[in-house]
Design a protein around this ligand. Sequence first.
Ligand code: NHR
Ligand code: GAR
Length: 216
Amino acid sequence: MGIDKKRIVILVSGSGSNAQAIIDACAKGTINGDVVKVISNVPEAFALERAELAGIPAISIDHKSFDGRENFDLALADEIDSVRPDLIVLAGFMRILSNNFVNKYIGKLLNIHPSLLPKYPGLSTHQRAIDNMDQEHGTSVHFVTPELDGGPVVLQAKVPVFEGDDVDELALRVLAQEHKIYPIVINWLCNERISLSAMKVLFDGQVLPECGYASD
Ligand code: NHR
Ligand code: GAR
């Protein structure tokens, strides 16, 4: 009964702990999907080893060997299309994607970003939270749109920032939450409970507020 399993491609650049959480959730059945491929733009990313250990096809497409973003994105799209995914999830993926790429897959593309968006789009989010003496920080899962880290948020998780925290401590606290909330949102998309409509998130047909579900 219910909805057929969805085919998931994960895009990574680094350690891949979020990719691991997604792979594990698919294996346990808490995500109604299968990871059919892991693609890295960084050939030495540990995420590729994690995929191979789980028996999932893993490849790298080194952005440095392409002339321009558009050509890298075209090669990436070819690899993605070869496995006919239903959704594509960015998990620590560190390359900005061109408008053409994003528009091709819009509604099927999710990202997890390590801040409470709309605070701190872009890079070095943990350092910025510490420098500004924020008392709370966190992570956001959002649909990817052409505007960098500007797509509508589906779900956020907050963490406290303690006095004397360094970037590594804060990043680990955020990662622990990411491993919980990303599989939840991916499962919602697999089960067709969320969708992107006119740059807003619909959850069971209802428009979500700007900062997503379960925010206060
Ligand atoms: N692409 C689009 N169009 N829209 C988004 O919302 C995207 C995106 C690509 C990646 C992830 C994002 C994040 O969660 C993401 C969201 C990389 C950079 C970046 O500046 C910024 C944001 C994100 C990912 N990358 C540099 C670049 O020139 C390279 C940095 C590096 O290699 O260390 O691409 O934070
Ligand atoms: C995660 O915290 C993710 O939110 C962040 O990088 C980490 C990747 O960890 N993403 C970005 O900064 C995107 N620019 P992981 O490789 O262990 O999943």
